[in-house]
Design a protein around this ligand. Structure first.
Ligand SMILES: Cc1cc2nc3c(=O)[nH]c(=O)nc-3n(C[C@H](O)[C@H](O)[C@H](O)COP(=O)(O)O)c2cc1C
Length: 171
């Protein structure tokens, strides 16, 4: 197997993003880190990502990175987040991933975000309101309530180009 995509999600967006990203590769395994923690040593290319709540990636991704960073470090890799406020994405990436990690990735990007207020628990709604009233009312100018296919395509293309350069063939 050439490409491993792992993700952590609460609302399902990072799972959708992982699946859409996966559609650009032919030899790919996609894993929800809540269910399984695959060993990256069996793969040539690693893509990892997480949804964002309160500016922070989710625990399953943190745990997997703690377990496997030494194995991930030398691989061709890319990192994504799924978050709603695109103008916050650079800061979120900076605060959650070290400079070394970001610099060693082919690409580090937000792929957009979405959430359905109806599916949130009462306490999550309260937390969300505390986090940003605008997220709920949709008043934020650059609020993006959906995944961004253009960004997903650009992410996949950057990875495929880097694979091509390194002669890692996706078949
Ligand atoms: C409780 C809560 C807190 C959130 N906090 C942030 C935030 O700090 N910054 C942001 O850009 N988006 C925030 N969002 C939006 C999420 O990042 C967005 O819903 C994303 O798609 C979640 O990914 P997931 O569905 O894979 O869990 C928040 C959403 C919820 C429900």
């Amino acid at each position: 197997m050439r490409v491993l995509i792992v993700y952590a999600t609460r609302g399902g967006t990072a799972a959708k993003a992982a699946s859409l990203l996966g559609s650009y590769f032919s030899d790919v395994k996609i894993c929800n880190l809540e269910k399984t923690k695959p060993d990256p040593k069996f793969y040539d290319v690693i893509i990892f990502g997480s949804g964002i709540r309160f500016g922070t990636i989710y625990k399953p991704l943190m745990t997997w990175m703690d377990m496997y960073w030494d194995a991930v470090r030398p691989k061709l890799k890319g990192v994504f987040i799924c978050n709603a406020l695109m103008n916050e994405a650079p800061k979120i990436l900076r605060e959650n991933f070290s400079l070394e990690l970001r610099n060693s990735c082919v690409i580090a990007e937000s792929l957009g975000g979405e959430f359905d207020i109806e599916t949130l628990t009462a306490s999550e709604r309260v937390m969300l309101k505390l986090r940003k009233k605008e997220l709920v009312s949709g008043e934020v100018r650059d609020f993006v309530p959906c995944l961004q296919p253009d960004r997903i395509r650009a992410f996949a293309e950057a990875m495929l180009e880097a694979m091509d350069e390194k002669k890692i063939f996706d078949s």
